[in-house]
Design a protein around this ligand. Sequence first.
Ligand code: 5GP
Ligand code: SF4
Ligand code: MG
Length: 464
Amino acid sequence: CGVFGVIGVPEAANFVALGLHALQHRGQEAGGIVSYDAGTGFNSQRRFGYVRDNFTKQSLMETLPGELSIGHVRYSTSGGKAPVLRDVQPFFGEFSMGGAAIAHNGNITNAVALRRELIERGSIFQSNSDTECIIHLMARSMQRTIPERMEDALRRVEGAFSIVAMTRTKLIGVRDPLGVRPLVLGQLGGGYVLSSETCALDIIGAKYVREIEPGELVMITAQGVESHFPFRRQKPRFCIFEHVYFSRPDSIIGSRSVYETRRQIGVELAKESPVDADLVCPVPDSGVPAAIGYSQESGIPYAMGIIRNQYMGRTFIEPTDQIRNMGVRLKLNVNRALIQGKRVILVDDSVVRGTTSRKIREMILDAGAAEVHFRIASPPTAWPCFYGVDTPQREKLLAATMSEEEMREHLAVDSLKFISLDGLYRAVGETSGRDDSSPQYCDACFSGEYPVKPSDQIEQGFEL
Ligand code: 5GP
Ligand code: SF4
Ligand code: MG
């Protein structure tokens, strides 16, 4: 998901809408905005679909007045369940000392246990969302102020959270102690901005100030930023997959350009797994920077062998079985004239179920390619993510049940190579690779080493 907040700027919700639009890649299912205005109090609007289709209407934006506003774009990780509006964030709660709204990116790994305990003690849940636990924990806290209640609540929460929240007078930002998901601070005129990624600061012309640190809670008023560290300090474990796929290539993470990291992954891939071929082609859009790096390092020409239809929204793949079975063809097409008779290296960011790769191989051979070589910009995805990235159950992950050679046979390609975990660490700037005794990143979906015990999942039978 994506989170964004603005304080100290007139019509703050308009900036939040623009910020969310720039974070749309982090969640396309739904979006919501809350604002506060002394005259009308807290106001909230939540909608299914893209930001641009909802939060551009003047009649809607007029209902969100004020100089303080937060928003959320949602990407469902509650696997398979039909989406319902009451699960769309931000969530709002009314306390004795005023209201608070909260938007969360990540996933709480002990939410099932917390929810059970809270319901037993009388809490009334309105949604299925893990995030709502935070509101109820805050309601039960004995602390005086809302920020103190939030600290109290978050000390009981396990897992990954980057949070943007607001009271009547403050914008609040928090990152979990490991800093799994990103969150940055910016400045806009006399006010401040919190955002999942820097690309959303650019769209509103805000100045990048710094990252919120892992384990940090910032309380922001128009006067300034106050910083707290309410959790026990731990060594950070940022999500390495943000670098590979999730973040936008024009964002900066930890002073590194995401684009440059992805290009470097391609360079590493070309060094680790060279192959003689005529063309290097990306699977658009996620494979583009790595394909550029692979081409530059190998000297094999880069070309657009697959063209993406830019108008293909995710929600379009609904209507009939007949259309659904066409799958990836709705989004991607082979550039036949280029591919015919060529030995092609295809670069993609990841193989999850393997359905995309299989369909693409089929299309590219149909178009007359002489050979197809897959190069993947991440190590084999053999474990599910429990920290906010939607991956299927372990059994459905190709790499959970097959060796690399078995995957190559299954995909029926001439060769298949993944970047090594060490190669990936080098590409993100860790020159001596992964520190196996104390890894610098979360890489659980590749290594199976979960930095936070997925306790709800273990209770439901998941085996480490
Ligand atoms: P597969 O077809 O192997 O199941 O999925 C691989 C494709 O899904 C890749 O092209 C990759 O770009 C995309 N992908 C990787 N991670 C995610 C994710 O977290 N969410 C979505 N929607 N797509 C992803
Ligand atoms: Fe990121 Fe993978 Fe860790 Fe999930 S398991 S937080 S996707 S590195
Ligand atoms: Mg892709």
